[in-house]
Design a protein around this ligand. Structure first.
Ligand SMILES: [Zn+2]
Length: 255
């Protein structure tokens, strides 16, 4: 049976994210933005927490780790590279290593850039990608610790996954990301359509996630440095993709 996903707001704009395997009864939380809110959602669904998979060490992604571990005895999985910054970590994975989760597996992909230890998890066979703060819908995370070359490499790693992959990220930033994307690539029809859909979802108080990788590749400027319109906007027609990616990221910081 396919995994069941619960997506809910935590803190102000973080997503809480629970993954439940109906076959085994296991439930994982992707990050732990708020232990109390996560517990309330677990109770509401009558799911028992068995795992936390952390995407990175930031204060709004790990604060519930220890409380949830104490309360539920869950196992905490994270990147070996960030082991010293992930509270309560039990299992350390390296790039490409998979961890069994009920009837499926989660494979850790090292995707540095937002932080040096940032990772994504690819859930199979469901083809679901949890991107934390590395990739958002129509945007990407700030480069706190990585360089444009490093982060662009991470973007390419994500783009190499199957087009039908469904993406869940760590924050609901899609609406403001859409404004930036339209500023630098206004002629992109797929983007215009997605932006309209996002406005409608937000008006209705609904989430804008998940989103397919195919749609992100067609609409997210940070996956589109090859776009002639974007290159022209920055006057970087002859530049390399990492430089164009870097120019976008820098402009977004002050947008
Ligand atoms: Zn972060």
């Amino acid at each position: 049976m396919p995994m069941e996903i619960s997506l809910f707001r935590c803190r102000t704009d973080n997503f809480g994210l629970l993954v439940h395997d109906p076959d085994s009864g296991l439930t994982a939380s992707i990050d732990s933005p708020d232990g109390e809110t996560i517990c309330a959602e677990l109770d509401r669904l009558n799911w028992k927490l068995s795992h936390i998979f952390n995407t990175h060490h930031h204060y709004d992604h790990v604060p519930g780790n220890e409380m949830l571990k104490q309360r539920t005895g869950c196992l905490i999985v994270g990147s070996k590279k960030d082991a010293c910054r992930i509270p309560g970590i039990d299992v350390q994975l390296q790039d490409g290593e998979s961890f069994p989760f009920g009837s499926g597996t989660l494979t850790l992909l090292e995707t540095p850039g937002h932080t040096l230890g940032s990772v994504c998890y690819f859930l199979q066979p469901d083809k679901i990608l949890f991107t934390g703060d590395t990739l958002f819908s129509l945007g990407c995370g700030r480069m706190f610790e990585g360089t444009k070359e490093v982060m662009w490499q991470s973007m390419q790693k994500i783009m190499a996954l199957p087009d039908e992959t469904q993406i869940y990220c760590g924050h609901e930033y899609t609406l403001s990301n859409a404004e930036f994307a339209l500023e630098i690539e206004p002629g992109n029809r797929a983007l215009q359509k997605r932006a309209e859909e996002v406005r409608q979802l937000c008006r209705e108080g609904r989430h804008t996630l998940p989103v397919s990788l195919a749609l992100e590749k067609a609409t997210n400027p940070f996956l589109r440095p090859h776009s002639a319109e974007i290159q022209k906007y920055f006057g970087l027609e002859d530049a390399g993709e990492a430089d164009i990616f870097g120019a976008m990221r820098e402009l977004k910081n002050s947008f």
